[in-house]
Design a protein around this ligand. Structure first.
Ligand code: SAM
Length: 435
């Protein structure tokens, strides 16, 4: 298979994304990557085009003399791939243009060859002029859809530029060392002996940053359960939930189990119930527990359905709700193409339902940690305001997180350049019952 196929594969994946038929995670599977001669190039093209989509689309609008027809979405995607290679990668111009032109044949659209050649050659000629044009258009310059840019600007009027720049960076590969199996120093030693460069994180005690991302299949110690892949912002969960031996804990939105495992590594005697309503996501929790040598009960259930009181009361509840994921755009740049304001509204409703379902399951005197990887106040501090308004037995417990921003109800980590993922945490306590 020639390297041309990466462009064609990328084109199909991008077209599916733009038709809302899947995400990068569901489309760029190990199987699809294996079909490419260079999986790294396929990955780079898909992630890169998503990361810069609003700007590339703006350039395309300028370079095309008339818009493409809906049925030629594949040609549009091929042009975006070509523009990304020309303007953001170090692929020689002639190779990029020739290969994109040739890819039109593979797509079964030989008529588009002339068009692709003309657009990409025009982009070459105007290469120095294009960024000046983009600079005059906020959405193109910051490479975020208008609605999202405006939401971030409204919620973070003094920080939004830093956030948008941070969202356009590549995220580092961060690991959590399993303190039940090794210390961070032992892990660094193991990595050094295999020539893997890493440094300790500063926010959490068991974090490591790899100098270069690598496949976990070849990462020393991964199969043996020494490390897991997890951003420092998520690792914080084990510090923020007040833990002690034997507590009954509910992880109400647990899959794939990243935070369940972080909590159990910190306190393996917890009686942990890891619950999630998506059956297909549950095996990942068990795989993680098995690899790390941890134990929990896993249950497939929708916590908002009737009858959940049968689960009994819990001393601690982690409510890591589904959210817009606007804090992890650097890891999932397809969010720029996939999310919509309507979807955020629907998520806000689901989060409220989850709060209403979880609160009655918390024992008096117990703690509930609410978390999201969202930057939007409507999913974060406003949800906690709702909880405090509706449940008079709820008490907001202030948290201290270095580098995080104190909100009205909770703490927000922002995904600015060289920072962690964007994350929100709020800790609530249920009033203890009077003696
Ligand atoms: C942000 S993810 C959780 C990530 C997980 N805590 C981790 O750290 O690996 C949110 C999860 O909530 C689950 N979920 C959504 N609605 C739910 C419901 N009503 N009941 C239980 N789980 C739900 C989703 O299936 C999804 O796996």
């Amino acid at each position: 298979m020639s390297s041309q196929s990466e462009r064609v594969l990328a084109c199909h994946i991008l077209a599916s994304l733009l038709q809302q038929r899947g995400s990068l995670a569901s489309l760029l599977t190990a199987e699809t990557l294996a079909r490419a001669q260079s999986p790294a190039l396929l990955q780079e093209l898909c992630f890169g085009v998503c990361r810069w989509y609003p700007r590339l689309q703006f350039y395309l609008g300028f370079l095309l003399t008339k818009p493409l027809r809906n049925k030629d979405l594949d040609v549009q995607c091929l042009l975006l791939v070509g523009l990304y290679q020309l303007l953001f990668m170090r692929i020689p111009d002639h190779a990029c243009v020739n290969e994109c032109v040739a890819a039109a044949d593979t797509l079964g659209k030989p008529w588009a060859k002339g068009l692709i050649n003309a657009v990409l050659r025009e982009a070459q000629r105007k290469q120095s002029q294009l960024p000046d044009l983009a600079e005059r258009d906020y959405s193109a310059w910051y490479a975020h859809p208008d609605w999202l840019l405006n939401r971030v600007k409204t919620d973070w009027p003094t920080r939004y530029r830093d956030i948008l720049d941070g969202n356009n960076q590549r995220a580092p590969m961060t690991l959590r060392v399993n303190q039940r199996k090794a210390t961070r120093a032992e892990c660094l030693e193991l990595f050094a002996s295999h020539g893997v460069a890493a440094t300790a994180g500063e926010l959490t005690p068991h974090s490591l940053y790899l100098a270069q991302p690598m496949d976990t299949a070849v990462l020393p110690g991964f199969a043996e359960g020494w490390v897991s892949v997890q951003d420092e912002s998520s690792q914080l969960v084990a510090i923020l939930v007040p833990l002690s031996p034997g507590l009954r804990v509910l992880d109400a939105c647990a899959a794939p189990g990243g935070k369940t495992c972080a909590l159990l590594e910190a306190e393996p005697t917890l009686q942990m119930l890891a619950l999630d309503n998506e059956a297909r996501r549950l095996p990942r929790i068990q795989q993680n527990l098995d690899r790390l040598g941890l134990q929990a009960i896993i249950q497939c259930a929708d916590i908002t359905q009737a009858g959940m009181e049968a689960l009994g009361l819990f001393d601690r509840i982690l409510l890591d709700v589904p959210c817009s994921a606007t804090g992890v755009i650097r890891r999932h740049p397809d969010i720029k193409l996939l999310r919509s304001p309507a979807e955020v509204e629907s998520l806000v409703g689901k989060q409220r339902a989850l709060i209403d379902a979880a609160w009655p399951l918390l024992a008096p005197g117990g703690y509930l940690l609410y978390s999201t990887c969202s930057l939007l106040k409507t999913e974060n501090t406003e949800q906690i305001a709702y909880l405090l308004r509706v449940y008079p037995d709820a008490l907001h417990i202030p948290l201290a997180i270095p580098g995080a921003i104190k909100c009205e109800n909770g703490m927000q980590l922002l995904p600015t350049v060289a920072s962690t993922d964007g994350f929100f945490y709020a800790l609530l306590r249920k009033q203890p019952q009077p003696e």
